[in-house]
Ligand binder design. Sequence first.
Ligand code: NAD
Length: 503
Amino acid sequence: MKDIVMTAQTTLANLDLTEAELTGGTLKVTSPIDGGLLAEVHETPVSEIEAIFARSKAAFQAWRTVPAPRRGELIRLLGEELREAKDDLGALVSWEAGKITSEGLGEVQEMIDICDFAVGLSRQLYGLTIASERPGHRMMETWHPAGPVGVISAFNFPVAVWSWNAALALVCGDTVIWKPSEKTPLTAMACQKIFERALARFGDAPEGLLQTLIGGAALGEALVASEDVPVVSATGSTRMGRAVAPIVAQRFGKCILELGGNNAMIVGPSADLEMAVRAIVFSAVGTAGQRCTTLRRLIVHNSIREELVSRLKKAYSGLPIGNPLAEGTLIGPLVDEASGAAMTAALKAAEAEGGTVFGGNRVTENVPAGVYMEPAIVEMPGQSDVVKTETFAPILYVMGYDDFDDAIAIQNDVPQGLSSCVFTLNMREAEQFLTAAGSDCGIANVNIGPSGAEIGGAFGGEKETGGGRESGSDAWKAYMRRQTNTVNYSAELPLAQGVKFDI
Ligand code: NAD
């Protein structure tokens, strides 16, 4: 795979990453494509972290007073730079995270989209005016920048998750300290460079608006513990969220948690099976099952179960697995050996719990030296322990149902609550799925798979997924502090609730 690494190095150079930055460091970056060494980058010394926080705090003092539409101009420029760098950054996502080319490019497109959204938002950080009960008084609600925002991100969306947070936070008047996954530091370093190109064109921004911490969880832990960081947006496993949340709560900071998912599709007897099969295959095997919104549970009406499973097995049998950079590949590698081992262990556990496994073997022929796995379909007698656990790999558990209420109960009976969907042409089922008694997830779709969200909606989930919301809708409010203002323009001083306190 020498050629691929060579081309990766051309891309790294195009993204302004220098030889000095890519060699001689302690953090080895390997490509999931073939395990080849891409770089040895320099980790941020823990001794520097306090200075980084101080710089972010100082930058915040200046940035918070810059008019929001002017802050939006910086994000507009960032969007332009991302358009310029799209091919290189998309390719680097493929090398570092193992995504197929179109998904790497799609991730950068998502960054561009959120920049566009944030530019519009910069003129729409709306507050309310509220009717006051007191004569000659005006009440309103205003939104102010919160302070430095800590962004912790996972390997599987190495750049988009940062942009969801950073574009909004910067428009909201905050500064950003980013701790990317230690598995994907190169894409983070490239984003910092792209951001610097935008800054250079922007002109007079304070120094330290965006700083990146390169290294392992210890840097994330320092970020989480810092009193200088009032908002922590953490994306990753539920295990990580469980460690982060109490520390931030202890110091009364705010957390935006985007954690693990265990997403389901209910397929009703009236469903358009042709559409369902396409949606299932994309959602279950896309990104090799390494999306937080990956379809992991299929809850199918018993009357169509056999037919649907047989169609799926047929579709799975022809899926091109291999080098994600090669044209036509749909399934690339898992991120590392540990992920492959976790997949194999989950399939063993599923068998022990009564499951019948189709696929799931390691592919070694005609693929580079990474961890390439056949996606698996596992027919389960019920929702056992392994089905309730998120295994970050392409495993689709199939369970049957007879009654729609039972299907919803099965869908909701897991600890996670990120994304869900129903395939049905029965409008009663479709509407019921979206009610208070329907799906308990942050995302609930009809006749669309659970993955591949647009940036315009708020993204996130309930229960062990953490409850945070990022990206569109009013997710921006989490990056600001709310203030209620009452202005008395009368010559009297009436008290609320008719209280008398005359002196
Ligand atoms: P991970 O939890 O191993 O790591 C995520 C990040 O957290 C990394 O940057 C890591 O260094 C950091 N980290 C780990 N422990 C920490 C600690 N104690 N304090 C501070 N930082 C710490 O996750 P991963 O393997 O990179 O990503 C896969 C997981 O992320 C899956 O569970 C997936 O569902 C989840 N995910 C969720 C979303 C979402 O929006 N809900 C999006 C992407 C990924």
